[in-house]
Structures are given as structure tokens and as C-alpha cells.
Design a protein around this ligand. Structure first.
Ligand code: SF4
Length: 208
């Protein structure tokens, strides 16, 4: 079997396993099982968020609501069209099922370390099978996969690094509830990050 066909088949099998995954529930974690992700083989950009929210769970679409609108508004400045991205590129998250509201009531619960550990092999397989040239981790939890814990966003957003030959360009969480990206100095950092993405997009499209 040709390697591309093998990879398409392996990704389809992975997606089938994700759709029926109950690992967190079986381990006693309070999640709403319905793994949310989208994308296919051949994608060269992968967006990794924290975990789906309630509207993502209901619609079955990653970055479905206001956060997605803001995220794709940022990415439009790098020449990235939302419809094109959703049809051709890859969207996933650190954990893939809606974790519910936080006990404090201040937004959605951050997936526990145990849930992250249970879901991590899926993310590793997605990255291995998609083999993206550029990864955009969105929000602190996804960024922590690639940057040291505790490093402030002000030192991270607007930078890039290479990890296993892939460019990693972090973005802040685009939620309307977050004040971080609304501060002017941080807006400039987001613009710098988008400029980096734009540069890599041009190089990737040039090579295509
Ligand atoms: S979050 Fe991940 S590991 Fe947990 S049930 Fe959903 S798909 Fe499975």
C-alpha cells in the first residue's frame, strides 16, 4: 500500500477510535464524551486548542463560536480564510471532549492532568499522521506542550520555535472573556505572531 494511502487509512482509524472514546468517563472523570476535531491528511497547519466548549460539543465543530470568529479574524491577516482552513487544514485540542463548567463558575473547567495524560496519545498520533509544517497552539494549556511551564505569555506570543522540524507559533486564547489579547501591547504581540504565520504561509505555498 502506498504511504499516503496508509496514512489516510491510519487517520480514519484514529478518528473512529476518538469518536467512540470513553477513557475519561471510564476513569471517573466528569467529561461529556464527544471528541471534537476536524481535518484530514495533507493538512500543513494544525491548530491545537485547550478543549472544546459547550457550543463546540453541540455543533460538533472546533472553535465554533466567538473564540473561533476572533481566531480566524486574526488569521485573516496572514491570508488564511476560515472556510479554506476548515476544509483543508487540521483543528484539534489537548483534550477532545467538553470538560464542563468550572466549579467556580468562571468559564469551562481546565482538563485535569489525568485527563490530559489519557488524551495525549491521540494528539501525538494526530501530529505524527498529519505531519504539519506549522503548529499553532492556542491558549496557555496548548502552549505549555511546547514552552516551559510558567513562562509568561508576554514572553511567548510573537515568538516562534522549531520542534522536531515543525514551526510552532503560539497564539493567546481568543475568548472574549480573556482580557489579555485586548490590551494594546498584547495586541501588538498577536500581530507579530500573525506576521510570522504569514511568512511561513508564503514559504509553504511557494513550495507547494
Ligand atoms: S478527552 Fe480524550 S481521552 Fe478523554 S474521553 Fe475524550 S477523547 Fe477520550
Amino acid at each position: 500500500m502506498q504511504p499516503e494511502i496508509q496514512s489516510v487509512k491510519a487517520l480514519a482509524e484514529l478518528h473512529a477510535r476518538l469518536r467512540t472514546c470513553r477513557l475519561c468517563l471510564d476513569a471517573g472523570h466528569d467529561v461529556y464524551p464527544r471528541a471534537i476535531f476536524s481535518g484530514r491528511s495533507g493538512a500543513f497547519i494544525m491548530i491545537i486548542g485547550q478543549a472544546p466548549g459547550i457550543t463546540e460539543k453541540e455543533a460538533g465543530r472546533p472553535f465554533n463560536a466567538g473564540s473561533g470568529t476572533r481566531l480566524f479574524r486574526w488569521l485573516a491577516d496572514a491570508g488564511i480564510d476560515e472556510t479554506w482552513f476548515r476544509n483543508t487544514q487540521y483543528l484539534t485540542s489537548v483534550t477532545k471532549c467538553y470538560p464542563g463548567r468550572s466549579i467556580s463558575g468562571g468559564g469551562d473547567r481546565v482538563p485535569s492532568r489525568a485527563e490530559q495524560t489519557l488524551c495525549r496519545p491521540y494528539l501525538d498520533q494526530e501530529i505524527a499522521l498529519i505531519d504539519p509544517r506549522m503548529i499553532l497552539p492556542v491558549g496557555g494549556l496548548a502552549i505549555s506542550l511546547f514552552y516551559p511551564a510558567g513562562q509568561p505569555l508576554t514572553e511567548i506570543i510573537g515568538t516562534q520555535k522549531q520542534v522536531h522540524g515543525r514551526w510552532v507559533i503560539p497564539l493567546p486564547h481568543p475568548s472574549g472573556a480573556s482580557r489579555w489579547h485586548q490590551q494594546e501591547t498584547n495586541r501588538e504581540r498577536v500581530r507579530q505572531a500573525v506576521a510570522l504565520i504569514d511568512e511561513h504561509m508564503r514559504a509553504i505555498l511557494h513550495d507547494a
